[in-house]
Ligand binder design. Structure first.
Ligand code: FBP
Length: 552
């Protein structure tokens, strides 16, 4: 592999640990916190997790390490979508494990959770790990989206652990993967396997957070990468003064990524899915809102601008989710074959018209032809519409175009509207982790090993006080069951980690809401530029606006 100069330089970077973990392994002791309860449905969650529920929160502090001496053989997996910093979680875990005893071993199970089932692994060495320090990507062992949730799977994993004398598994993943980590921990405890399970909070979407977990790793780097690109486009727009840019940003469901990018770049428009749902906004209302900005700016001679559209937006538009639900129903089971057998779009269109309720068809009719066809082309393995593949940036720009044409006809708009489209997602998921993510991830991994060493299971590695310099970060752990509640999933009540959506009464959204009217009409763009890895701390170690506002 040919190395870039930055990659070589990043190998030399020493990630910063929280102060309390800096004195060497022999001087890390546990401070017990209070017993915990789940966020809701306490009795039900307690009954489902009799062995792991209600445990104490803990923090680490400087003091004599009293953990029992024991050879540790730890397995680690990466689960779900890539997020910058995954390699550092593994290197932090490896370094703590080896610093505790060179006899300890770290197994990396390949391709995500399926690696644990297929018993497909490598044993990490210094030489192997060193190639991945402070780099982006999950290619160190790969990732996958297989769900680890059935008893049959757990049995196989337990057998594989027994075969290799594995003492603990670390699951690096999002809310679903950590929910499964909790269930696996409970299974292992109930069956006296002696295998511990520790989770680490990952996802660029930023929706795995709560009063304990201040942010998931990867969010910082991904949003900085998108914001750099958005800022560059804003500057181009402000230079050329002829295009309106519609930028869709990743975030399967929650709009944290869009909101953070808006705080960093001050675009003219940023839609927030959670607000759309709360206000029950229709497609027409959203379109009007964007068109108002285009028209107001045009009246001032500015026929350019930028709108950020969160990937998950359409699911939050009530009439659109109703349409999707009807389409899923319309093509359920064998009905899909009848639909697919129709050759021409006109025939398919008639089939759709016939099958949808009048209300749903009205929404369907509003959509641009390209989007209408997309709804029927891209389906997931269960036959459902893949909402994340809908080109919502094009959907809204085309609807705005129509809206402006009507205004022009009515004599209320005289501008020129030339839209361009972008989608930023994969561009940010494997970027070199920012110093923040490099430090945070290394600390999460290091800390995960300390939790293992002290015998905890069903815990999430927790590093907090993140808006402060790393020296002041607080390392510890919290029982995953604390974050759980019961939700309806696939027709059954399930214990799951509660997903964090954008809070409309939270400081980041309030700040945005207080400024957006001005941003919509004036040109208030800010240009964050590229992530800086070397240089003054106030430039290189900056956290996100979201975290800074939440912790202000
Ligand atoms: P995770 O929830 O697994 O972290 O993944 C999030 C995400 O990056 C979303 O933002 C995006 O919608 C999705 O993954 C894309 O998934 P895929 O990599 O399978 O295309």
């Amino acid at each position: 592999m040919k190395l870039s100069p930055l990659q070589i330089a990043r190998y030399q970077y020493n990630p910063k640990l929280p102060g309390m973990l800096r004195n060497g392994i022999s001087e890390i002791c546990v401070k017990n916190g209070a017993p915990t309860e789940s966020v809701a449905d306490q009795e039900k969650i307690k009954a489902l997790f009799p062995n792991t529920y209600g445990k104490n929160e803990i923090t680490f502090q400087k003091g004599e390490n009293t953990s029992p001496a024991k050879k540790q053989i730890v397995g680690v997996i990466l689960s779900g979508g890539q997020a910058p910093g995954g390699h550092n979680v593994i290197s932090g875990l490896y370094d703590a494990l080896k610093a505790t005893s060179p006899e300890n071993e770290l197994y990396g199970f390949k391709g995500g959770p399926s690696g644990l089932i297929d018993d497909d692994f490598i044993v990490f060495t210094d030489e192997y790990i060193n190639q991945y320090r402070n780099t982006g990507g999950f290619d160190i062992i790969g990732s996958g989206r297989t769900k680890l949730e059935t008893e049959e799977q757990f049995k196989i994993v337990a057998e594989n652990c027994k075969k290799h004398a594995i003492t603990a598994i670390v699951i690096i993943g999002g809310d679903d993967s950590n929910t499964n980590a909790a269930v696996l921990a409970e299974y292992f405890a109930a069956n006296n396997t002696g295998v511990q399970v520790i989770g680490c909070p990952k996802t660029i979407d930023g929706d795995l957070k709560n009063e304990d977990i201040e942010c998931s790793f990867g969010f910082d780097t991904a949003t900085k990468t998108y914001s750099e690109l958005i800022g560059n486009i804003e500057r181009d727009a402000n230079s050329a003064k002829k295009y309106w840019h519609f930028v869709k940003v990743m975030g399967r469901s929650a709009s944290h990524v869009a909101l953070e990018c808006a705080l960093e770049t001050q675009p003219n428009i940023c839609l927030i899915g959670e607000e759309v749902a709360e206000k029950k906004m229709s497609l027409a209302q959203i379109t009007d809102y964007i068109a108002d900005s285009v028209a107001a700016r045009a009246a001032k001679g500015m026929n350019f601008g930028l709108a950020i559209i969160p990937e998950g937006i359409v699911e939050f538009v009530p009439e659109f989710s109703m349409l999707i639900a009807e389409i899923n129903e319309l093509l359920a089971g064998e009905k899909a074959d009848a639909f697919n057998a129709l050759a021409a779009w006109e025939e398919k269109y008639a089939f759709i018209k016939n099958g949808l309720t009048e209300e749903a068809f009205k929404v369907f009719e509003l959509l641009p032809a390209g989007i209408q066809q997309q709804l029927f082309l891209e389906r997931d393995p269960h036959g459902n519409v893949q909402v994340s593949l809908i080109e919502s940036e094009k959907l809204f720009s085309e609807m705005v175009k129509k809206n402006l044409a009507a205004r022009k006809a009515a004599g209320t708009y005289k501008g020129k509207f030339s839209p361009l489209h972008h989608f930023f997602g994969y561009e940010g998921r494997c970027a070199f982790p920012s110093n923040f993510d490099a430090d945070y991830c290394y600390s999460l991994g290091y800390n995960a090993f300390m939790l293992i060493q002290y015998g905890y299971t069903g815990y999430l590695s927790k590093v907090s006080n993140l808006s402060k310099p790393a020296e002041e970060w607080v390392a510890g752990g919290m029982p995953i069951t604390k974050m759980m509640n019961i939700e309806r999933r696939h027709g059954a009540d399930k214990p799951v980690i509660r997903k964090a959506l954008v809070e409309l009464d939270g400081a980041p959204f309030k700040f945005f809401a207080a400024h957006r009217d001005e941003w919509a009409v004036e040109t208030c763009f800010t240009f964050p530029g590229a992530i800086q890895y070397f240089g003054p701390s106030e430039v290189c170690d900056l956290t996100t606006h979201t975290l800074a506002l939440e912790k202000a």
